[in-house]
Design a protein around this ligand. Structure first.
Ligand SMILES: O=C[C@H](O)[C@H](O)[C@H](O)COP(=O)(O)O
Length: 228
């Protein structure tokens, strides 16, 4: 079993029958979703999911997981999702798969956000992974200039010379700010710029992280009352 699989499977313990569950996106939470599908079939687990991307929606439907729209189910009991970086204080960078806009919307209406990751994602300070920023396609060069003026080098995410288009029809800038001293302040600053729709900085949102490495899976938890 690889580390992503170990973290993903163990974190499925956060889901109990009757819950409303946000289903994250990526190659780690993939294993959580598979495990939830298995428990549904083999153990009679009953829950309803809200997917954070078209890819997750497709996977959940293939597994027969009942799904609903975010607005029909909120507030959700728990969301389980991956991360590109996670600090000891459970601040995150997300969006390596360009799903961070929906992921943040779903996490924001969840009573708990549980992160799954392998040890390579655990960092002292955020910022070695470039910050994904979802921006409107219209006038994107102009938005990129405003974002760069905030102190980074911003590169539009592309594949084979074509821009990556998010599930929401927008572009993503990958922004290199170097190591970030105050991710909350940076998030607020970026969100204040015309053309910026959402950032991959998740500050004060996660409640727990299942992080897997050679020693097994360790669970990091936010102290009660710390969530902002
Ligand atoms: O946009 C993608 C998401 O934020 C993912 O949860 C994040 O990139 C981690 O993905 P993975 O588990 O594949 O490394």
């Amino acid at each position: 079993m690889n580390f992503k699989q170990a973290a993903g499977i163990q974190a499925a313990e956060a889901v109990a029958s009757g819950m409303k569950v946000g289903l994250g996106t990526g190659s780690t939470v993939y294993y959580t979703i598979l495990e939830l599908g298995r428990r549904m079939k083999e153990e009679g687990l009953r829950f309803t999911g809200v997917p954070t991307s078209e890819a997750t929606e497709k996977l959940a439907l293939e597994l027969g997981i009942p799904l609903a729209e975010l607005s029909e189910l909120e507030p959700l009991d728990v969301t389980i999702d991956g991360a590109d970086e996670v600090t000891q204080g459970l601040d995150l960078i997300k969006g390596g798969g360009a799903a961070h806009f929906r992921e943040k919307m779903v996490a924001a209406v969840s009573k708990r956000l549980v992160i799954v990751a392998d040890e390579s994602k655990a960092v002292g300070k955020l910022g070695a992974f470039t910050v994904p920023v979802e921006i409107a396609a219209y006038g994107w060069r102009s938005t990129a200039k405003r974002v760069e003026a905030a102190g980074c080098r911003a590169v539009r995410r592309e594949r084979e010379g074509q821009p990556i288009v998010t599930d929401n029809g927008n572009y993503v800038l990958d922004c290199d700010f170097g190591l970030i001293d105050d991710p909350g302040a940076l998030d607020r600053q970026l969100k204040g710029l015309l053309g910026v729709l959402e950032t991959g900085l998740f500050v004060g949102m996660a409640d727990a992280a299942y992080v897997a490495g050679p020693e097994g899976v360790r669970v990091m938890r936010r102290e009660a009352g710390e969530r902002s």
